[in-house]
Design a protein around this ligand. Structure first.
Ligand code: HEC
Ligand code: HEC
Ligand code: HEC
Ligand code: HEC
Length: 175
């Protein structure tokens, strides 16, 4: 009896895991197809012109190189310690990546969840269905997985409400 119970539990566990693994990363170019019209907020352009989209590039810049030299890091754009906050591509499980690119920096799906299953129009229009298919509603705790002083010598005090305004990309047609 007990063995059967353990068996059922492990089947449940494995099937939950494989369900979760169905949510895969598709990259910002896919979101752009539907989220770049001025009338609904041009989210793609807002993101691509701001700093999250450039976070990977930053690791190749002068400031990063000078800092790396001081710390004995050969190339910050290849250094796991830096990439985990500056690059969605490097932060995620490579097996779950369909078409997200390295140069995207901190991409849409870091904050909104992997889009392979919520990306279709019929699901996206329905908030609850989107959440059931992997959409994440970002909150302060999510931001603070990166906006924290530990491991980030460039840390600036993080005030959630202020920071939200700086990255805002609302849909004026919704709400
Ligand atoms: C086939 C078109 C389409 C694609 C592709 C698409 N979306 Fe959407 N999305 C929509 C529509 C339509 C809505 C509902 C209206 C709105 O809020 O813009 C929506 C809503 C959203 C919302 C608000 C959802 C809510 O209920 O709070 C987020 C966040 C979002 N999309 C992110 C993304 C991201 C990130 C991607 C890429 C991984 C993506 N979308 C791809 C069409 C799409
Ligand atoms: C995966 C890590 C990560 C997450 C999660 C994240 N950020 Fe960031 N954020 C960064 C990095 C890295 C930069 C610096 C990018 C650069 O300049 O290259 C940044 C920069 C910013 C900036 C610009 C800072 C400045 O002083 O110019 C704002 C504002 C910001 N983030 C707000 C947010 C908010 C709000 C959230 C949550 C909704 C969030 N971030 C989630 C990594 C992250
Ligand atoms: C814990 C997450 C995290 C880690 C790890 C991290 N960074 Fe950052 N980095 C950020 C955030 C967030 C910002 C934006 C500043 C802020 O708001 O704190 C940033 C900003 C920067 C900037 C821009 C500074 C400026 O003012 O222009 C550089 C350069 C940088 N990081 C380089 C690095 C390097 C090199 C490493 C690895 C040695 C690294 N970062 C590791 C999160 C991180
Ligand atoms: C650093 C985190 C972060 C990144 C990166 C990011 N977003 Fe968002 N996004 C947010 C937050 C926070 C909100 C506001 C959620 C709320 O109002 O509760 C939001 C809201 C949205 C909405 C809903 C707008 C509305 O008013 O209904 C859409 C659509 C959206 N994002 C699409 C995108 C797309 C597409 C990308 C990439 C091109 C992207 N986001 C990148 C954090 C992010």
């Amino acid at each position: 009896m007990r063995k059967l119970f353990v068996f059922i539990l492990s089947v449940l566990f494995v099937s939950t895991l494989s369900l979760a693994q169905d949510f895969e990363y598709i990259g910002a170019a896919k979101c752009k197809m539907c989220h770049n019209k001025p009338a609904t907020g041009a989210q793609y352009n807002k993101w691509s012109e701001a700093s999250h989209a450039k976070a990977f590039e930053t690791l190749k810049g002068e400031k990063a190189m000078a800092y790396a030299k001081e710390k004995g890091i050969a190339d910050p754009s290849k250094e796991a310690k830096c990439l985990k906050c500056h690059s969605t591509f490097h932060a995620i499980d490579a097996d779950l990546n369909i078409s997200l690119k390295e140069e995207e920096g901190v991409s849409c799906e870091t904050c909104h969840g992997p889009g392979s299953r919520y990306k279709s129009m019929s699901i996206m229009k329905d908030h609850d269905k989107s959440v059931a298919n992997g959409l994440i509603v970002p909150d302060e705790a999510l931001c603070k997985t990166c906006h924290k002083p530990e491991g980030n010598d460039f840390y600036k005090p993080f005030v959630y409400e202020e920071a939200l305004k700086k990255i805002a990309h609302p849909n004026p047609a919704a709400n």
